[in-house]
Write a protein that binds this ligand. Structure first.
Ligand code: A3P
Length: 293
């Protein structure tokens, strides 16, 4: 019904001004933020939306991993109405570590632009744990981050318990997702490097306009996002969008949560674990990120 009303409105405008006007329609995304979970993917999408040509569905669609059986028309239906001047972006951060997503996205459109936000995998793992433990509060407390990362996994990790690497439970999802080169390899097998844009999740916090402008350019859009579009949340200290009336619009309470303190010796073990993995990732992408690990 709503689309019929929009259609008739457009037709009337067209008749009035005598020039052809393009009718908005739902299209498959031209770009997808595929990950990485807990690296700042929501912040990136919200900041990109400052550009009037960026259109995105509100919730994560999870088509290429969980909802693939629902079919392509279901997927298209989740997308916003756009004209050909717009860029439709979808964000589902679990695609990054999904075995099927790269192949399925390529099958739909091999020219899809792939956006990946990466951050220090240790911070990412702690963030992942913080989110999981906040969800588990009602079910009873989870073991501490330290126990899960380097403790006796037989107590809680059903699978991959034999997979301690350099003392770290490398089979635990929160750790495994941060071994970026293993997942990146799959994306590079399916997409040319120039179709993949990496966003530095740490810089997205320190200097959001810089990372957003680079992403606008990658999307083929004229950069419109500027430092003056941002302010800093006085409590959480994360960047927020400054609206035209000067008010700050920050991400919700599930973003920018306080993290648990992690014992220094556990952080050292994680560093020893991730440094060689990060090196492989940097070699693969021919770029270095300046993380603690
Ligand atoms: P924490 O809540 O653990 O701090 P994602 O959106 O991919 O799930 O990532 C969430 C993380 O984005 C947050 O994890 C936070 O560290 C980071 N982040 C980056 N920019 C942010 C912002 N402007 N506001 C809130 N969190 C932001």
């Amino acid at each position: 019904m709503i689309y019929r009303v929009i259609g008739i409105t457009f037709l009337l405008i067209q008749l009035c001004i005598g020039a052809p006007i393009e009718m908005p329609k739902k299209r498959f995304p031209t770009a997808i933020i595929v990950g990485v979970k807990k690296a700042g993917t929501r912040a990136l999408l919200e900041f990109l939306r400052l550009n009037p040509h960026v259109k995105a569905p509100g919730p994560e669609v999870h088509f290429f991993d969980k909802n693939f059986h629902k079919g392509l028309e279901w997927y298209r239906e989740q997308m916003p109405l756009t004209t050909s001047d717009d860029v439709t972006i979808e964000k589902s951060p679990a695609y990054f570590h999904s075995k099927n997503a790269p192949e399925r996205i390529k099958a739909l459109n091999p020219n899809t632009k792939i956006i990946i936000v990466v951050r220090d995998p240790i911070t990412r793992a702690i963030s992942d744990y913080t989110q999981a433990s906040s969800k588990r509060k009602r079910l009873g407390l989870m073991p501490s981050f330290e126990d899960m990362a380097v403790g006796d996994c037989a107590v809680w990790l059903k699978a991959n318990c034999s997979s301690k690497v350099r003392g770290v439970n490398a089979g635990w999802g929160a750790i495994r997702i941060g071994v970026y080169h293993k997942h990146m390899k799959r994306w590079l097998e399916h997409f040319p490097f120039e179709n993949i844009h990496l966003v530095d999740g740490e810089q997205l916090i320190k200097s959001p306009a810089h990372e957003v402008s680079a992403t606008e350019r990658f999307l083929g859009l004229k950069p419109t996002v500027k430092p003056s579009n941002f302010g800093v949340d006085p409590v959480k200290k994360f960047p927020c969008v400054r609206r035209s009336d000067g008010e700050l619009h920050c991400l919700g309470k599930t973003k920018g949560r306080p993290h648990p303190d992690v014992r220094p010796e556990v952080l050292e073990m994680l560093k020893d674990f991730y440094v060689p993995e990060n090196q492989k990732f940097f070699q693969m992408i021919n770029r270095r990120f300046f993380w603690d690990s």
